[in-house]
Design a protein. Sequence first.
Lengths: 344, 344
Amino acid sequence: MYNVSIMATVNLKKLASILELSISTVSKALRDSYEISNQTKERVKKLAQELNYQPNPYASSLRRSKSKTIAVVVPEIANNFFVSAINGIQNAAHLKGYHVLIYISHENSNYEKELVNILINGRVDGVLISLSRDTDDVEHLKTIQNKGLPIVFFDRVSEDLDSTTITTDDYESAYKSTLHLIEKGCKKIANCAIGNNLSIAKKRVEGFKDALADNKLQLNSNFLITCTGDYEIDYKLIKNLLLSKDRPDGLFTSIESFALIAYEICKEINIRIPQDLKIITFSNLRTANLLAPSLTTITQPAFEIGEAAALQLIKAIEKPKNYVPENIIIKSGLIERDSTSVAG
Amino acid sequence: MYNVSIMATVNLKKLASILELSISTVSKALRDSYEISNQTKERVKKLAQELNYQPNPYASSLRRSKSKTIAVVVPEIANNFFVSAINGIQNAAHLKGYHVLIYISHENSNYEKELVNILINGRVDGVLISLSRDTDDVEHLKTIQNKGLPIVFFDRVSEDLDSTTITTDDYESAYKSTLHLIEKGCKKIANCAIGNNLSIAKKRVEGFKDALADNKLQLNSNFLITCTGDYEIDYKLIKNLLLSKDRPDGLFTSIESFALIAYEICKEINIRIPQDLKIITFSNLRTANLLAPSLTTITQPAFEIGEAAALQLIKAIEKPKNYVPENIIIKSGLIERDSTSVAG
DNA sequence: CTGAAAGCGCTAACAA
DNA sequence: TTGTTAGCGCTTTCAG
């Protein structure tokens, strides 16, 4: 017990002077170097424990050019997918002794670029990123790579870079979702997409279109809308869609929040789900089964995606020579609920 | 443009040698020191920009014993309150030029203690924490303070420490919630509490009890249950409660997830909400109004709480002399929806 | 097996 | 106004 208001920091120097050893011997003893006798190791470790010695991470980072820290950049956080992914990332990172810095790009690619600049100075050993909606060029990401920093993409990936990506089976899931609506009797199916630049946006739209085409259904061009992520704007876009004369009878949305907005609007203007409109969405909503009506979802393995992304990144950090970028796909599952039921 | 696969790091030394200045002059010029001529400042800044110089944060941290980084420790992340709070924290931190490390204690106080040890070695300049459910002693938190590290509590606070706390009006909100149920005609009101140690848990239970007493309602001791945070266990506890002969007609829960479990159980065993059971809960659920039935909530200003906590912490970091700990309360609002409606 | 010494990149007191 | 120097705490090479 120490009776001081602020405890002095205990560092190698202090341990060394108490033990009457040199700093380097203490350092080596703590890292279990073969050069040090067992007896000395024990003495050193005992005292370190007693004084609760914690090495200064910045001194060590500076010296070894390794920070044991990774950055996670997500476009938003009010989205259950990203929250679960962060959970998975955090889990894997902790397991491997890494620290996790969080950054939110707020779907703004300029901000994303700014963030990236903050990361290339050694603060982190690698970057996990899910791109913002409006990102279309990848120069800033190349900058990271050029600094020798590994980067792993998850969900919203870039295909213009040679690096690891972790995604779900976007094309197939979109295809399946659309097919699901068709099988439930929908003829006029609309799609709320994420944006035009992202590869997942493109894949999900392609899957949607192909499912329509394969089933000889016409695509009404007004039924393919691109949402923005801004509540007010998306609300208007979707309301517009649902108020149109030739209203859709099925809706597939690429993001949870679009489906929720659709729910709100349906409630307001008395469109019955699923009788008048069937809805399916990509979503990791915990309350999907408690909504009125319960919501049919394509659910991504968010935790697993985050975990896999972090593990890949750490592998790339620790074994840069042997590391070969991979494109990993972890499948989503369709969970059928009442929003697409046929009875009504 | 550089045609190398890995760009050499540009540091002060490099800038200095190119400009034929000393390292310290370059350093001062970049930090806009009054000692340096404008002409030199311009030259230096121009080159720094061109070469995209980013100072090494660890060298600077090591030297100044400041990392411009704060830690956030939350008990869980699958909870909209904490997600929104993190959003607020992130926002304030970015505004002030701070980085945010995230740690999840998973409601485990041993893990929490472990985390705390990681934080006292200079990695962060301060700690934001919301305690895990089972934390009952605060020795590990004192360790942080003894190192001279400021700590700010939010939501799940400790009252045994002299430090800033940001909470909502827990007692009043619990009182109001209970009163709300009473006014809607409930006679047999149950309560799912968070735990026994946390001060917010105690306050919420007190508010509940006082509201009952003030309205001459008996408290059935079986109706005061303490949930664990573990889904399986909580499910059984709540199911038990709702299956009991003398079933409650009102339920007040301190955490969103308890109310959602209750919803699931009601659906399963055909208890009608609100006819048979009225439910109100603390919650920041985005879908509260879309549930069947829509859920009456006490909604905490989560973003603001996070923001305020971060700003307080940064103030404590930057002006330690003048900083006086405060106990800040930001009020919650009761949003009445169908789960407590009287018509039925 | 242990120790001396250099240096990671930066800051700041002091000198010039 | 600019430069020299010491040193933050740690790791690592090399010498003893």
